[in-house]
Design a protein around this ligand. Structure first.
Ligand SMILES: [Fe+2]
Ligand SMILES: [Fe+2]
Length: 353
């Protein structure tokens, strides 16, 4: 199968699902990649109709190659993508595709006609997609978790980086980056704590504020132990980072919980695990133990708090869409920030929140 999909979050999910379903997958975005993929005669093409591709030449090439198309769109963009619906053998909404990805990847454009479990589809007739069947909060959280994990694996480098004796890549420098992450995690949770009415959410955020502030103090103490006096150090001297600024714009509780707790804390768990290995490679057992015994279990707990709250809050299609969008943007930002840190400072082991 050939997939023409722009959205990174969705690409990761499709890749993982195809792997589990045993469906050979080829991803393509540029015209050259598409031409090369068509030469391999895929069984069908999955086309993101909202992906901003050059659709006219794309559909011409697919028709010329005799490749059937399973298109997908969203309710919000269905009117805009409608001109292309008739060029597809089958069109489904993104929600349907997400909910039934394994079956759709296996089936391609063949509908299970007459089956009571037939998937909602608008066929190739150019109509509006039918409403997707609603997903339960449990299903949604399970899918979000799987999608997050697939993308998180991109944040994990192949090998443990070698600590540098001379240079920027040292435990001390990474701990200073950690201070900034911890103060930002403290503050965003505190900002949300005072603006939410839901008592369970308030208490979860209060616990997080306390933990993140404790992490800050423990890391500062550890830096002192390593001979670095951080009393005059202001981790926010250069302002808040892009991830903090993004989180601060999120208006609803479900988005905040999905992005700030469920996703950001999952990132922290991955990064802290890398950092523990890094500390061990540097021979710094004490810092490794601080992360392994105290900080990492706390971050894991914050992630689980996020899961518990999402199971209650992500109960409608609108809430699920908002939560998924916020989680995806959080991961994209983390990925971008990591690429930037790697390019500018050679850092990709900075511990998380
Ligand atoms: Fe945390
Ligand atoms: Fe923390």
């Amino acid at each position: 199968m050939l997939a023409l999909v722009r959205d990174l979050f969705f690409v990761a999910r499709i890749r993982e699902t195809a792997r589990l379903a045993g469906v050979p997958l080829r991803l393509a975005r540029s015209p050259d990649e598409i031409a090369a993929a068509l030469a391999e005669r895929p069984r069908f093409a999955l086309v993101d109709l909202t992906g901003g591709f050059e659709y006219e030449p794309l559909f011409s090439a697919l028709v010329a190659a005799g490749i059937p198309v399973l298109g997908f769109t969203t309710h919000a963009l269905a009117r805009q993508t409608q001109p292309w619906h008739a060029r597809c053998e089958r069109v489904v909404t993104k929600e349907t595709l997400t909910a039934d990805l394994p079956a759709l990847l296996r089936q391609g454009v063949e509908e299970r006609r007459g089956s009571p479990a037939a998937l909602p589809s608008v066929g190739g007739s150019g109509g509006r997609p039918e409403p997707p069947s609603p997903m339960t909060a449990e299903e949604f959280v399970r899918q979000l978790d799987a999608a997050n994990q697939a993308l998180l694996s991109r944040l994990a480098p192949e090998d443990t980086l070698k600590p540098e004796v001379q240079g920027d890549l040292t435990v001390v420098n990474l701990l200073k980056v950690a201070l900034k992450n911890e103060i930002e995690a403290t503050e965003i949770a505190a900002r949300w704590l005072v603006t939410v009415d839901d008592v369970d959410v308030k208490l979860a955020l209060a616990r997080q504020v306390g933990d993140e502030a404790k992490h800050y103090r423990m890391i500062a103490e550890r830096l002192r132990g390593l001979g670095v006096d951080v009393r005059g150090f202001d981790p926010l001297a250069k302002g808040y980072g892009p991830l903090f600024q993004y989180l601060d714009t999120l208006p609803t509780t479900v988005e905040r919980v999905a992005a700030g707790q469920f996703t950001r804390e999952a990132i922290a768990v991955v990064k802290n695990r890398q950092f523990i290995e890094f500390c061990e490679a540097a021979g710094d057992r004490e810092t490794a133990a601080l992360y392994r015994d105290v900080i990492e279990p706390d971050e894991r707990y914050h992630h689980e708090l996020g899961r518990t709250l999402l199971l209650r809050l992500a109960s409608t299609p609108a809430a699920q869409e908002a939560a998924a969008r916020a989680a995806r943007r959080t991961l994209e930002l983390a990925d971008e920030l990591q690429q930037k840190a790697l390019a500018t400072a050679g850092i990709h082991h900075a511990p998380g929140c």
